[in-house]
Write a protein of this length. Structure first.
Length: 133
């Protein structure tokens, strides 16, 4: 049985985390935006080439917004490396994994992540949380 990765995306504040937690109550939900914060602002993942690229280019600049962090990764041509990092952190030995984040609203990131996950024998489902009216 292949693991299923559910990608929950949408704009900031629309309830992505809430929806993701409703889908997957018994485990923590994996947040791409949190991973970006760790990568940029908390100095985690030292020694990884993507972290070194970010440090070199942005000199430990504090970045608050996930979309801004993602744009910097796009500018550094590191989307593949980011998707590899994300996929390597997911517990793909489980039947269902839920991943959420505003950064997943980027079509290129989402498509690259899906290709990476499919290469790891996972099937992917996408769920868009619409903006609040």
């Amino acid at each position: 049985l292949l693991p299923t990765v559910i990608l929950v995306h949408g704009e900031s504040g629309v309830g992505k985390t809430t929806v993701a937690r409703l889908i997957k109550k018994e485990d923590n939900v994996y947040s791409i935006d949190l991973l970006l914060t760790k990568l940029f602002n908390l100095g985690m993942y030292n020694g990884l080439p993507i972290r070194e690229e970010i440090q070199q280019a942005y000199n430990n600049e504090y970045v608050r917004d996930a979309i801004e962090m993602l744009q910097k990764i796009i500018d550094l041509n590191q989307v593949d490396a980011l998707c590899d990092l994300i996929a390597s952190e997911l517990p793909l030995d489980r039947e269902f994994v839920v991943v959420e984040g505003q950064a997943l609203s980027d079509d290129n990131l989402r498509a690259t992540l899906i290709r990476n996950l499919q290469f790891r024998n996972a099937q992917c489902w996408e769920m868009t949380v619409p903006p609040l009216v």
